[in-house]
Design a binder for this molecule. Structure first.
Ligand code: IVH
Length: 695
């Protein structure tokens, strides 16, 4: 026992937690290299909070529970925030949010405030970097990071390179002083490209968009930031003189009106039920957005209540962060196993101690390939950080090296023999992959080939999944995809547990798959380098399998999106004897090996080289029909309007594309206008089955 009664273990534990949290903060804020999963960080912080709440002796203004983040790095000028940049209390889900809201009402009652209707602004909680932008008499004079909430770093030189940050407020009487707060972020699509470029240049990849934003903002040379497309979402006003608006939502509207980027989907609602609804709405969209969000920030809209409610520790009482389940977690890696892929590549997988990640239990995760494995230095026995997003296979992000503590862990090497067929594996010098060279005889590869062939995006044979592929192959019913078309109901019924109905269903599904178009059949073959998009492009370009079988690399290179290396590889595949034999057997089974008349382009069609965008619903044609007709006539159909768009075909409820077309001066057509443009090309007899309501 210490003198004041707190036992030694508790003191030691608190000290240990503070140290771990300080180190985690340093990794996160200063090194942009987080080593702890969100869940682990939260668990440590909660444990420390609980200890501090129970033991007054432990309370300390220097504790990580009282501070926001890392101290400034010291390379930039320091900026003292006039009003501290606060943090937010968390609510994990509806129950915790409702408890927060109940506390809010109680507090208002005890302050003797009847606010009338409370209103809540529900905003995406952007996972980026908090920034303070100061405008004096309308001029952008200073931009600073949050730092520890009190002192941040002056990063004006980098923020000046961000187009989405107004450099001046274009009005006659700008407020004398205005501090705009927002979150700088790295758009996801651009982040992906950045990491691809870094990999090519042999530079280490950023772990996530947030780190790449932080890494960019912390550069001394603004040219780095200029070359990277950072953006910002503005979410509030800090200090100000001369703006004085009564509500947060009015401030946001003012910001938007004056050129600041404010999210269009911020909603102001009146009830807790509506807040819950809105949070679920955001959670559903989470993965389809071009910016990462880790929750929803709910703020009392009435600004006068902010003052009354005040701040507890580092968290204002007028706002709360509804946090989504963490996308990362920490767990132990028990084993690394190797699977053989469709093209013979050996793929490492991590077998994990089961752990919850974004609401799902994860026990296996991909390690991509051996190069990745080596670069990350993941070892059997490591504690690892795991992430999961949507349908994407869970991934191992990084090992927690500091947890190895004297444990002797070994690196995993790809096996010398194929785990499926035992053939000695090979690794070409210029490849990151070790492969099983037994492409024809390896049961593991055959399984992957069949599984891919029947899968949803390919031949789409319903009821024929991984299980069936495995069973039919191992019981010798099939050896490759062509054998599938020789199956009969009788043959299937010889298998245990397959009755008459399911056998008949399977056969009719197989029959139906013969109708799949040429481009899809090419994709289903599963040749290396021929993904869905390339398969469609090859089908459209060559039109028939015979043309493709004869094509030389130089011809293949002419296809949109196919470069010289891929072209040579594609030629190789179509000249391979085994592949040619497989194609011949599938042809005998009447699979489609050429474009249908309706899929073909008309040589020198009337829309040659014209680019179209479709929007809204057309009176007679479906979108697919219109697309097909335009393509046949030589035109291109793309998804969004730009200066390169020649025509926008607009139906009912056209939405924002119409406004954009008007802005950039694209010609707008209705359906009749399109048909007129198509002329004879629309009237051809093989035009896609008569449009709705037309003879
Ligand atoms: S309000 C006083 N609004 O979340 C309230 N913050 O955990 C704090 N953040 O430091 C700022 N999106 O970096 C607010 N719509 C939003 C936000 C947001 C992201 C970040 C910000 C803040 C942290 C608090």
């Amino acid at each position: 026992m210490s003198e004041t009664g707190t036992d030694e273990d508790t003191l030691a534990r608190a000290a240990e937690l503070r140290e771990q949290l300080a180190e985690a903060n340093r990794q996160y804020y200063e090194l942009d290299d987080p080593k702890l999963g969100d869940d682990e960080y939260d668990a440590l912080l909660n444990e420390l909070r609980a200890l501090e709440a129970a033991e007054p002796e432990l309370r300390d203004s220097e504790s990580p529970t009282q501070k926001v983040g890392g101290r400034p790095l010291g390379r930039f000028e320091q900026v003292r925030h006039t009003e501290p940049m606060l943090s937010l209390a968390n609510a994990r889900g509806a129950e915790e949010f409702r408890a927060w809201e109940a506390r809010l009402h109680n507090r208002l009652k005890s302050l003797d405030i009847t606010p009338g209707e409370l209103r809540f602004a529900c905003e995406p909680k952007i996972d980026g970097l908090a920034m303070s932008l100061t405008y004096e008499n309308g001029e952008f004079v200073r931009g600073a990071t949050r730092g520890d909430g009190v002192i941040g770093e002056d990063v004006t030189h980098n923020l000046m390179t961000i187009d989405d940050i107004p450099k001046r407020i274009e009005i006659d009487d700008p407020p004398e002083l205005l501090e705009v707060r927002g979150e700088v972020y790295y758009p996801r699509a651009a982040f992906k490209r950045l990491n691809e470029q870094r990999a090519e240049a042999g530079e280490p990849a950023f772990a996530n968009p947030r780190n790449s934003a932080a890494g960019t903002i912390r550069q001394l040379d603004p040219e780095v930031a200029r070359s990277r497309p950072l953006s910002i979402w503005c979410y509030g006003v800090g200090v100000q003189r001369g703006l004085d608006l009564a509500s947060h939502s009015e401030e946001l509207a003012w910001l938007k009106e004056h050129g600041f980027k404010v999210n269009d989907d911020i909603a102001v609602v009146e009830t807790a039920d509506k807040v819950v609804e809105r949070c679920l709405w955001w959670e559903e969209r989470r993965e389809s957005l071009d910016y990462e969000i880790d929750g929803v920030v709910i703020k009392v809209d009435q600004r006068e209540l902010w003052r009354e409610l005040g701040v507890a520790g580092r968290e204002p009482r007028w706002a709360v962060a509804w946090k989504f389940p963490p996308m990362t977690a920490t767990t132990q890696l028990n084993q690394i196993v190797w699977n053989v892929g469709r093209t013979g590549h050996l793929v490492p997988f991590a077998m994990l101690e089961p752990v919850h990640v974004s609401g799902v239990t994860v026990s296996t995760a991909t390690l991509h390939n051996e190069e990745d494995l080596e670069r990350k230095d993941v070892r059997v026995g490591d504690e690892v950080v795991v992430t999961r997003a949507g349908d994407v296979i869970p991934q191992v992000v990084a090992p927690l090296i500091q947890r190895r503590e004297g444990k002797r862990l070994r690196r995993a090497k790809p096996p010398k023999k194929c785990p499926s067929c035992g053939t000695p594996t090979v690794k070409a010098e210029d490849s990151v992959w070790t492969v099983c060279p037994n492409r024809r005889g390896c049961p593991g590869q055959q399984f992957q080939i069949v599984k891919h062939f029947v899968s949803r995006g390919a031949m789409d044979i319903e009821g024929f999944g991984e299980k069936q592929a495995h069973r039919f192959l191992s019981e010798g019913l099939i050896g490759d995809p062509a054998d599938i078309y020789e199956l009969t109901a009788e043959r299937l019924m010889e298998l245990d547990r397959i009755g008459e109905t399911s056998a008949a269903n399977m056969i009719s599904e197989i029959e139906r798959s013969r109708e799949r178009p040429f481009g899809v059949v090419l994709f289903a073959l599963g040749f290396p380098g021929i993904g869905f998009v390339n398969a469609q492009a090859l089908a459209e370009h060559f039109g028939t399998i015979d043309a493709l079988l004869e094509a030389e690399a130089a011809d293949i290179e002419k296809v949109d999106g196919i470069g010289p290396i891929l072209a040579a590889q594609v030629r190789e595949e179509f000249h391979d004897d085994y592949n040619r034999d497989l194609i011949a057997r599938l042809r005998e089974q009447d699979l489609r090996f050429e474009l249908e008349e309706s899929e073909r382009r008309i040589e020198g069609g009337p829309l040659e080289d014209k680019t179209f965008v479709l929007t809204g619903s057309l009176p007679e044609l479906t979108r697919e029909q219109a697309t097909q007709m335009i393509k046949r006539a030589g035109g291109k159909v793309t998804g969004s309007v730009s200066k390169k768009t020649d025509y926008l075909v607009a139906g009912d409820s056209p939405g924002s594309k119409l406004a954009k077309a008007e802005e950039v001066g694209t010609t707008v057509l209705d359906e009749a206008g399109l048909l007129e443009l198509l002329g004879d090309a629309a009237a051809l007899p093989d035009r896609p089955a008569a449009p709705k309501g037309r003879a």
